[in-house]
Design a protein around this ligand. Structure first.
Ligand code: ZN
Length: 198
């Protein structure tokens, strides 16, 4: 990287630190940015800054949003008695893109992973339990089918079953170890429709 000056090196280093961006892509992106009109670059950096400064957890489902409650939770037409539990906001987006789920979500921001030292108190579980004191008929557990996702599903099921709430798990149409965000809509819907009580 010694070919470039300090500022350009810095830009490439920052871009290369993003997920899925290798050094080559980072270089390509950096030079693309440098060739853009100044206005465009200001808009880009402004958008990053604004999103970061305003990002907060939805007070109901814990997804990332920039308001007190996210668009799903604040929509009165959604079925607030059916809660789908997902690992992260990208999983929520994947199900929203199908346009077929009418309930609301709960975003855990991770999954229980004893191997990585992530316990129940490190994800948004307390917040889920607090929501169950309201009028909830079904909790659909749509965590990933990885070891962590399954561990989390079992944990949640054991935790909330005694409350008499129906707990279901999405069908295993989702490939083992598969991240929900990479799965096509048809498979997601099939997994949702084929959910079984656990
Ligand atoms: Zn929400």
């Amino acid at each position: 990287m010694e070919f470039y000056s300090g500022d350009i090196n810095q830009l490439i280093t920052e871009l290369a630190a993003l997920p899925g961006i290798g050094k080559k892509s980072a270089e390509r992106m950096a030079f693309h940015i440098l060739n853009l009109p100044l206005e465009r670059v200001k808009r880009l950096s402004g958008a990053i800054l604004k999103a970061k400064e305003n990002a907060r957890y939805c007070s109901e489902c814990c997804t990332l949003t920039d308001a007190e409650t996210c668009p799903v939770c604040s929509n009165p037409k959604r079925d607030h008695k059916t809660i789908m539990v997902v690992e992260n906001p990208r999983d929520l987006a994947a199900y929203e893109k199908t346009g077929k789920f009418e309930g609301v979500y709960h975003v855990l921001h991770g999954a229980i992973s004893p191997m990585n030292g992530i316990g129940p108190s490190d994800i948004k579980l307390k917040e889920l339990i607090a929501r169950l004191e309201g009028d909830v008929e079904e909790v659909i557990i749509a965590t990933n089918s990885s070891l962590e996702g399954e561990t989390t599903a079992m944990y949640i099921s054991k935790l909330i079953k005694p409350a008499g709430i129906k707990v279901t798990r999405i069908a295993s149409g989702v490939p083992v170890g598969g991240d929900l965000e990479y799965i096509d809509e048809v498979t997601l819907l099939r997994a949702l429709e084929g959910r079984t009580e656990i």
